[in-house]
Ligand binder design. Structure first.
Ligand code: PLZ
Length: 443
């Protein structure tokens, strides 16, 4: 199969102003046709992409350190993944797995059972989006426990459906005006070492006491937690925080759900970020990187919990779509064949190392944190932990003009997050940090 994107050189190349004239023209058309509610971080339109590079309609090569918010972990239009999906599309494109099945759905569930933490018997259901995976994890936990309550922690993000909006921390832009929201969702404080200065044990005691008092452990079906909070600003919890929450869940018959939609599938140099914390969740949600852009998501977990639903209780027209399932199976094969976990670790070493060097130079960098190819810097007033929120928009606008895509995150909008493809070269990563250095000096 010939891929139109194979000729994309892995370098930053600026040939027009960014956005260029063709992007701007498309952006005008968009304004008349696309709902104003659909945001546009950059008014830049993409014509092709490969590896770490986006090529826009004006011919600029943009280094993509956002990966469509952590989806293109394996790199844009990976040959093997595209080939697998294309081959599948030529054979058949849809049957609806709950009507007539096919092997790739089953194979992907086997791979998810093998690579999620824990050695017990596991099963999966395949779905279409991260939010849908979180919704299904809650449905399954409720059915299994016969309890209504859902617990989440502050600074979390779980999606844009009604239930998952109810589980988000940040009202703007996700929730505001879209209520009423779902009931029986209980929010408790998280662990945010830079700001709360608490040890893992102290932060866990605070979360647990809050949930005990506000919700009551015996009313809770599940606790849903991202091991590293993504939209919240790549918050890495203090040591021991997550295992203490998990123990409390285990002791109280509460299903522990690790939302690994953003942190999962090789992103952190492990299949799942839970592994770094010694967590063995009852259920894990997967999406984004597992399809490399082909739409797919999953809930995976203990077989007895996953089997709690009556037959026909789980499903959906497109869940585990054949092209997406074929792509995801191929991604698991590529991870092993090309040691992509090792590549994610390399990205973490190179990028994290360069960002820590940068921190020595710029005292507005309050913290550099992350694991593997999930790194971030949080900007704070020097010597304090007060967020500075105008730096990130300045840096990302500056970088885009130079052909570098950087994403923001964080409750206070003061976090620059990096979700590069694991195939991003050291050279491109160091070039990106040099541009951030330049931007910080220019402000
Ligand atoms: N859980 C941990 O990070 C999606 C949101 C992008 P969907 N994060 C990116 C946007 O602006 O909508 C996410 C996540 C975690 C759940 C989700 C939801 O995943 O595939 O976007 O539904």
């Amino acid at each position: 199969m010939n891929s139109v994107a194979t000729d994309v050189t892995q370098e930053r190349l600026v040939v027009t102003e960014i956005p260029g004239p063709k992007s701007l023209a498309l952006h005008e058309r968009r304004k008349n046709a696309v709902s104003a509610g659909v945001g546009a971080t950059f008014p830049v339109y993409i014509e092709r992409a490969k590896g770490a590079i986006l090529v826009d309609v004006d011919g600029n090569h943009i280094v993509d350190l956002g990966g469509g918010i952590g989806v293109n972990t394996i790199g844009h239009s990976d040959d093997a993944v595209v080939e697998a999906a294309f081959e599948q599309a030529q054979r058949f494109t849809h049957t609806l797995f709950t009507v007539t099945g096919y092997e790739s759905y089953v194979r992907l569930c086997e791979l998810l059972a093998q690579h999620t933490p824990g050695t017990f018997a596991k099963k999966s259901v395949l779905l279409n989006s991260g939010a849908e995976a979180v919704e299904n994890a809650v449905k399954i936990a409720r059915k299994f426990t016969g309890r209504p309550g859902v617990a989440v922690i502050d600074h979390g993000y779980h999606g844009r459906t009604n239930l998952t909006m109810s589980m988000n921390f940040k009202a703007m832009p996700y929730n505001l005006g879209f209520g009423p929201f779902a009931g029986d969702v209980h929010h408790a404080p998280n662990s945010y070492p830079l700001h709360d200065k608490l040890s893992g044990a102290e932060a866990a005691a605070r979360t647990i006491s809050w949930l005990d008092k506000r919700a009551g452990a015996t009313d809770l079906a599940c606790l849903v937690v991202e091991p590293i909070q993504g939209e919240g600003g790549f918050i890495v919890p203090a040591d021991g925080y997550l295992p203490a929450l998990q123990k409390w869940c285990n002791d109280n018959g509460i299903v522990y759900v690790s939302d690994e939609v953003q942190s999962g599938i090789m992103r952190t140099g492990a299949y799942y970020a839970s592994e770094h914390f010694g967590l063995v969740p009852d259920l894990v949600t997967t999406a984004k990187g597992v399809g490399g852009g082909f739409v797919i998501a999953a809930v995976t977990g203990r077989a007895e919990i996953m089997d709690a639903s009556h037959v026909g209780g789980l499903g959906g027209t497109f869940g585990g779509n054949p092209m997406s399932a074929a792509a995801a199976v191929q991604i698991f094969e590529e991870i092993e064949k090309r040691d992509l976990l090792g590549e994610a670790q390399r990205v973490g070493r190179v990028l994290g190392g360069a960002l820590r060097e940068l921190q020595k130079k710029h005292n507005v960098i309050g913290e550099v944190r992350g694991i593997g190819a999930m790194q971030a810097i949080e900007f704070t007033e020097p010597g304090t932990d007060t967020p500075i929120s105008d730096i990130v928009p300045f840096i990302s606008a500056y970088a885009m003009k130079k052909g570098l895509l950087l994403l923001s995150a964080g409750t206070y909008g003061n976090v620059l997050r990096f979700l590069p493809a694991v195939v991003t070269s050291d050279e491109l990563l160091l070039d990106a940090v040099a541009i951030i250095d330049e931007a910080l000096s220019a402000r």
